[in-house]
Design a protein around this ligand. Sequence first.
Ligand SMILES: C[S@@+](CC[C@H](N)C(=O)[O-])C[C@H]1O[C@@H](n2cnc3c(N)ncnc32)[C@H](O)[C@@H]1O
Length: 535
Amino acid sequence: MDINNSQPVKERDRTLGNGLAAAKDIAPGDVIVRINDTFLIVVEKAALEQVCSYCLAEAEASTLKRCVGCQKVRYCNATCQQADWKLIHKSECSLFRRLPDVPPTPVRALYQALRRNLPIEQDSSSISPQEHHFEELKNEKKTRDEILLQARAAVEFSKSPISKMDDVAKFMCLLTTNAFRATLPDDTPIGLCYEPKLALANHSCIPNSFIMFDGRCILLMALNPIKAGESLFISYVDFTQSREVRRAELRQRYFFECNCKKCLHDESAYQVFQDATIVHLEKQELFYHSKSLGQHAESRINTLRSLTQEYKALEPRIAKFYSLVETIKATATPSEYLDSLKDALSGLSMLKANQIFALAPYPMILDEIYLTYVDHNKLESALILLLFIFLNCDVYNWPQPNHPVRVTRLFTIVRLLRYVASLEASVVFQHVPFMPEEAFDKIDFVDAVQAMLILVNELAPVSHGKGSRFVRQVEEELREAEEVQRLRGGVGEKLKKWQSDSDAKSDGGKIASQIFEGLRTLAGYAFTVMEKQTL
Ligand SMILES: C[S@@+](CC[C@H](N)C(=O)[O-])C[C@H]1O[C@@H](n2cnc3c(N)ncnc32)[C@H](O)[C@@H]1O
């Protein structure tokens, strides 16, 4: 499935600088570019215990083998260790042994570039000219000092000639503007990645493509159908945030004012959803009916139009929420933090009354509450809240079903369902005594695990790439779920049949429909949960 790297044609767009464009017509979920061995990847300090420093596979620290020399990095096996030794660790290992701590990630990136003799000079023929905002960064004293300090450290550590300082400082600016956050399949950040070919992709708050990592391999994948010659846009920021938040981040880090359609007209998630080209997948349809999502979005757009003043009046409360997360989270006890989140939510009661759940910061507050439940092992409540977030926020904020954030959410729902499935019903009720018994009536959680995994399995190749680690993991978990079902002698075979024929009217289709209806009912208790669930 490799695509020739030279296929995406570069185009000169006068307003955005260099960019990428599609070389041929592309369908959602297609891999536009696949680069098997990325130019530069550095695992950050916080992830060193959690991932193999060469192939970037996640594993328990106890199963990864520590480098006996520096004791800092870990590997899956001897093959990964030898490959990394050859690539960079031979140098880095002795550096780590000399230093009291692992140097900052950008310094290690520069060090690696210098030790590997990567072509970092801007006029180098192997790196096409890229925006590095050297002048802008130079003008900000704090940033300039930091960049110079980091460049000096890298030059010193790598024993490079001091004459390289200028190039190194420029490359540092290039990294600041062009590096990607390397991530695990579930979007957990694990380091820094620089890939010159893909760094040319420009930004839009309504992107038509996205970056995906699969170990050391980096993919550019399509969200929408894209015609040959059309520009490719990824999003540099969380595009579900408000326009102010997005623009501030883009200005500060990338030095431009975003003028995409969403920014120009301050479009809401519901408007973007209505304009999006969404591929309807029959199995997913049984969980969320896209027709009713469309109707709901349309009526939210009308409601928002009639509530312009009231919505404007919420701005101070919204600003308060952002400062809350930054300040209180670090100092308050978890219970106090949860109470503040609920306060923030009740300050936005106008949005709840009008069922406008997809607008920032409503989903962010719900997310924080959900994460607080997870952190405190309130997993039944976390499940109910996540189902609500998925069905009321995510489906609008990430309109394309193959968006990796959406698919990862579904997979997290599977994990929580599996936890509940492992408990006796009476134990579940003890954990959430405030839930009425009938809330769980319609659901067999073991069946629900299988049905949801079928949805994730359908999406994983178009969200994470065919044959990727994530796809293999989902396939493995689906096989396990089927085996459990086989031993139980339940509806597993019928669901399996539905998986291959997608027939909503078949026995399996009807069973899946009932399961999803049960899950939607459960999501309907999200506010009961938030009212009653303490830590
Ligand atoms: C990662 S680079 C993308 C490639 C860049 N256009 C180039 O010519 O090298 C990021 C920089 O591209 C420019 N850029 C990207 N998206 C843009 C947009 N939507 N509007 C204006 N400038 C943009 C900004 O200067 C930004 O700092």
